[in-house]
Design a binder for this molecule. Structure first.
Ligand SMILES: Nc1ncnc2c1ncn2[C@@H]1O[C@H](COP(=O)(O)OP(=O)(O)OP(=O)(O)O)[C@@H](O)[C@H]1O
Length: 347
């Protein structure tokens, strides 16, 4: 378990103070894949560097496996660090060393014997699917292959925690997908806790169980990915979510509607959000069968997050005010989040 207790971090440089983190409280449970998302400068890298104590907090405590890092001696800190692997955006491989030597580095540093190193390195290369590249040099590898080597090296000491610092940001979408699948496989197979920092919501969507959204050194929202995606509260979170879930009504749909209906004052438009069970039940069908209102489905979008379906749908409801009100009530009673859209014509 990783725990931040009232953690703040200030950097002092040339007489300038930067408040990189402000009163962070966060618990990451063993076995979680925890995503930390935020725009540039939000404090993500600082947060991750505190986990392996590359940076020390100015205030507060970072606790790992029930040990407060502040209170450890240097040799105890080294022990803790050994159980934390890290992968980076630009892979950080040594260009002058072979793939084999790169993966072996952490084992050489702790003076493992040669036979044990050989066995472990080949086991890891097989795990990441690059057994045939042992004697290649990094410059002979693709970006995705380099990251696989970075991952093999990070796993050499059988870590309990894997820190991923923008690990897929330099990769194309297909390679990103395969690296994320590999990280998920590591988490599944070895129960390694993964802390992953990114500025891309689709990365969170694909593999994380939980997410914390950071802004200006603070955690502004955190929780299960499904809950945060389903009901983002903060404006910045909403912006991130809308980058993967299309929750805006398209301009063309609005224009068509205005053309057909003529007067915008006659149009009652609603956004319906479905999450989990409500996304798999025929609620709209039930509403239509009741025949109290006419349901004009204008636009819909479905996504899958952590095996939960998340959907949003824009509908026009036609009927008397009381019937529309009753229908909205019916939808809400069935777990659908309903919002009337007031200024849709400006979309
Ligand atoms: N070593 C340092 N010395 C001084 N200021 C720093 C240092 N490291 C980070 N900062 C500052 O702390 C703030 C948070 O930076 P941090 O790198 O943690 O953010 P980030 O969310 O990881 O951003 P990015 O995605 O751009 O890396 C920024 O204002 C940054 O300029």
């Amino acid at each position: 378990m990783i725990k931040f207790e009232n953690v703040s971090k200030q950097y002092e440089r040339n007489g300038v103070t930067t408040q990189a983190l402000q009163d962070i409280n966060l618990t990451i449970q063993k076995g979680d894949i925890y995503g930390i998302i935020g725009y540039s400068g939000a404090g993500k890298s600082t947060l991750v560097r505190l986990i392996n104590f590359l940076e020390k907090p100015t205030q507060g405590n970072v606790i790992i496996q029930n040990q407060s890092l502040n209170q450890l001696s240097n040799s105890q800190l080294r022990q803790v660090r050994r159980k934390i692997g890290m992968i980076f955006q630009h892979f950080n491989l040594l260009e002058s060393k072979t793939v084999y030597e790169n993966v072996a580095i952490p084992l050489v540093l702790i003076k493992k014997d040669k036979q044990a190193i050989k066995k472990k390195v080949f086991e890891l290369l097989e795990f990441v699917g690059l057994s045939d590249k042992a004697s290649s040099y990094p410059k002979e590898l693709s970006g995705g292959q380099k990251q696989r080597i970075g991952i093999a090296r990070a796993l050499a000491n059988d870590p309990d925690i894997l820190l991923c610092d923008e690990a897929t940001s330099a990769l194309d979408p297909q390679t990103t997908q395969s690296i994320l699948e590999l990280i998920k496989k590591i988490n599944d197979k070895y129960r390694i806790t993964v802390v992953l920092i990114t500025h891309e919501m689709h990365v969170i969507q694909q593999i994380c169980h939980k997410v914390a959204v950071m802004e200006k050194g603070k955690i502004i929202e955190h929780g299960n990915v499904v809950d945060v995606f389903g009901h983002p509260k903060h404006k910045t979170t909403q912006k991130f979510v809308s980058s993967v879930i299309n929750d805006q009504i398209p301009k063309g749909v609005v224009e068509n509607l205005l053309e057909i209906e003529g007067d915008k004052h006659n149009i009652k438009l609603f956004k319906l959000e479905f999450l989990g069970r409500s996304a798999s039940e025929p609620i709209i069908n039930a509403l239509i069968i009741q025949q109290k209102v006419v349901v004009n489905i204008l636009f819909a979008h479905m996504s899958e997050i952590e095996k939960t379906v998340l959907g949003s749908m824009f509908v026009q409801l036609k009927g008397s005010d009381s019937n529309i009100e009753e229908s909205v009530q019916f939808l809400r009673e069935n777990g659908v989040n309903v919002t009337e859209i007031q200024h849709w014509e400006n979309n």
